[in-house]
Design a binder for this molecule. Structure first.
Ligand SMILES: C[S@@+](CC[C@H](N)C(=O)[O-])C[C@H]1O[C@@H](n2cnc3c(N)ncnc32)[C@H](O)[C@@H]1O
Length: 200
């Protein structure tokens, strides 16, 4: 378990990237999305809670455009500089939240990695519901979630309060008009969910 991915707020963007590089389960989740995710060449993809832009920059070569959104301007600035250093031109970084993603374009896929659990931990299940409803308002074909969540029983109540259960996320997705099509655990508390849109 990596503390950097439990509470990204306590890290600078540089420290976060350093920790991410050796967090095996995190890397497995991102690789799963890149290798087996539902993203097509002409898709417009939104990455909410983009942080240092790790997933956005991985997906950029695979699609038309990535709209990367975050509520933290310092992390957005860092991610934008990283994209420029790598010569990536089809990622557009801007302020935006789950509730108000700040996206006007027609969206094909929404991805979010290691951001839902911070919403759950800090503000609880109802805020996670509002986050998923915010994503739903973009009407994407697919929603892909990579995150910390319990795929089995948590080892203690204290630990159980830190991340949502997979079943909780699944129920919230269903309530917001999605159908869960893929559940890919990479550990007992890290994994990827893919959901398709069932209602408009
Ligand atoms: C742990 S970082 C993960 C960043 C990145 N997606 C990754 O996989 O490395 C979580 C990010 O979610 C952002 N975040 C937290 N709450 C958010 C919200 N309500 N809307 C948008 N972004 C949010 C934070 O600012 C932070 O950059």
């Amino acid at each position: 378990m990596s503390e950097s991915h439990d509470s990204g707020d306590e890290f600078t963007p540089e420290q976060y990237d350093e920790a991410s590089a050796t967090y095996e389960e995190y890397q497995m989740c991102l690789s799963y999305i890149v290798e087996q995710g539902p993203i097509e060449r002409d898709d417009i993809v939104v990455d909410i809670g983009t942080g240092t832009g790790n997933l956005a920059l991985e997906l950029a070569p695979m699609c038309e455009l990535v709209l990367a959104r975050d509520i933290d301007d310092e992390w957005l600035q860092y991610a934008q500089e990283k994209a420029a250093e790598k010569g990536v031109e089809n990622v557009s970084f801007d302020h935006g939240s789950f509730r108000d993603p700040n996206v006007d374009e027609d969206v094909d896929v929404v991805v979010t990695s290691y951001a839902f659990h911070t919403v759950y931990h800090e503000d609880g299940e109802e805020e996670l519901r509002a986050a998923i409803e915010g994503i739903s308002s973009l009407n994407p074909r697919y929603l892909v979630v990579a995150d910390r969540m319990f795929f089995g029983p948590p080892e203690s109540q204290e630990v159980g309060d830190r991340f949502p259960r997979m079943g909780t996320v699944s129920n919230l997705l269903t309530d917001a008009g999605f159908t869960l099509t893929t559940v890919e655990p990479v550990s007992g508390s890290d994994g990827v969910l893919v959901a398709t849109r069932t209602t408009q």
